[in-house]
Write a protein that binds this ligand. Structure first.
Ligand SMILES: Cc1cc2nc3c(=O)[nH]c(=O)nc-3n(C[C@H](O)[C@H](O)[C@H](O)COP(=O)(O)OP(=O)(O)OC[C@H]3O[C@@H](n4cnc5c(N)ncnc54)[C@H](O)[C@@H]3O)c2cc1C
Length: 401
């Protein structure tokens, strides 16, 4: 068990910090955990009082499970989560393809508290503080905290503020101001039973997708995500949501047996690694959704946010060891060389699935080809690059295998 989250207001010492991490979502908390484990003095700051809600589908797929395992938190997360051994994908024409795998669902207020608690157990100081600005200077960074007169001094800072880009924008790091997509989720209690993670490319949501994720105990996370190429100005998520729960039979059945209306909330998503530069002014780097670490195809971002946190922690530790903040650049290089090639495949696949006819064809082939189904399971587990499947050769291959 990790130590309980230290939520009592802490008097934050103004200096002596190796790293200040702004934002305690999965990206920031995992970065703080790995830095603290390396003996670094870390302040993990979040403007929200933890445990806090985060609008999400609450689904963990294998990359997130692997990151949690590397952090030593997987057992604790498993104990608090609902296990789901299968995902069922549905096409616009309602062809169903089921894939076996290891998935968990867990509310973000629980998951994020466990991960931040893990950082505290590793030695990080967790504080409720809104980071208003960061100034890079000789010998370190000055971190301005809302409502506090004196700035904090640290050697490095990591910006992990999620889809809120006010801080990275002030630092000149933001590439893309608008989010890539928006999503809405509602919690529903129902006596109708759905056992699998259900992901639907229903006509009512394309280009985008919808989900029904069982949370355990008769509760479900039902959501829709929209990723229109022409921008988000005309998107009305409530209309899309209503159309989905009216037209998609499992959603209709779930809602018909629901105990009350869904409690809905929406939030933006930043995908495709084009959100912000990973490297900011001297000694500052961005991690997680700030840099667009969420995958296009799946909207899956928890695992990837944690991976960026790990990579940044490694580079920050080396930079601290050598007294050279410029060594943070190694992190930005790994984003480009290790993560970006993987993201391209997911972008490519998302572009295919945005077209109802192509999407339908892929499902028709997957329903008949064991090879294509195993590749799809591999894409979810990240053992297969979608770019190897979503091409003409992949499609033709599905007729033979
Ligand atoms: C509707 C929806 C459904 C989703 N479903 C899934 C899913 O099922 N599975 C999945 O893997 N991903 C999902 N995602 C994506 C996932 O939620 C994100 O990728 C993930 O939360 C990104 O983690 P992060 O640490 O970068 O940012 P966040 O989790 O957003 O954390 C950022 C933190 O920064 C804090 N903060 C912001 N500004 C400041 C500041 N100035 N000072 C201090 N603190 C600050 C915030 O309070 C917050 O706690 C979904 C997203 C949405 C919107």
């Amino acid at each position: 068990m990790t130590a309980p989250l230290q939520l009592a207001p802490v008097e934050i010492p103004p200096d002596g910090w190796d790293v200040v991490v702004a934002g305690a979502g999965p990206a920031g908390a995992i970065a703080a955990l790995h830095l603290a484990r390396r003996g670094r003095r870390v302040l993990l700051a979040d403007r929200a009082a933890f445990p806090r809600e985060k609008v999400c589908g609450d689904g963990l797929i294998p990359d997130a499970l692997r990151a949690l395992e590397r952090a030593g938190l997987l057992d604790e997360v498993r104990r608090a989560a609902h296990p789901v051994p299968r995902v069922t994908l549905c096409s616009p024409g309602r062809i169903e393809v089921s894939l076996e795998g290891q998935f968990l669902t867990i509310k973000r207020e629980t998951l994020d508290a466990i991960v931040a608690g893990g950082a505290v157990a590793a030695g990080a100081v967790f504080a409720r503080a809104e980071i208003a600005g960061i100034d890079a200077g000789e010998g370190g960074v000055q971190v301005r905290v809302t409502g506090r007169e004196t700035a904090l001094r640290a050697r490095l800072a990591l910006v992990a503020t999620g889809a809120d880009v006010a801080l990275p924008r002030a630092l000149g790091m933001v590439i893309r101001r608008q989010p890539t997509g928006v999503a809405l989720r509602g919690y529903v209690r129902s006596t109708h039973r759905i056992e699998d993670l259900l992901v639907s490319f229903d006509r009512s949501v394309l280009p985008g997708y919808a989900w029904i994720f069982p949370m355990g105990g008769g509760e479900y996370n039902v959501g829709v995500g929209a990723f229109p190429a022409e921008g988000l100005a005309r998107v009305n998520l409530h209309t899309i949501y209503d159309a989905f729960v009216r037209e998609f039979p499992p959603a209709r059945a779930l809602l018909a047996a629901a105990e009350g209306p869904a409690v809905q909330s929406g939030a933006p998503l930043r995908c495709g690694l084009d959100g912000a530069h990973a490297l900011g002014p001297a000694g500052i780097a961005g991690v997680g959704e700030v840099v667009g670490s969420t995958y296009d195809l799946t909207g899956e971002g928890i695992g990837k946010a944690m991976e960026t946190g790990e990579l940044a922690a490694e580079a920050a530790d080396a930079a601290l060891a050598h007294g050279r903040p410029t060594m943070l650049a190694a992190y930005a290089r790994r984003i480009e060389h290790e993560l970006r090639p993987r993201f391209r495949g997911y972008e490519w696949a998302a572009a295919w699935m945005a077209h109802p006819r192509v999407c339908e064809l892929v499902f028709r082939r997957a329903s008949r080809s064991p090879w294509l189904r195993s590749m799809a399971a591999g894409i979810l587990a990240e053992t297969v690059d979608p770019a190897d499947v979503f091409n003409l050769r992949g499609l033709l291959g599905s007729y033979l295998r």
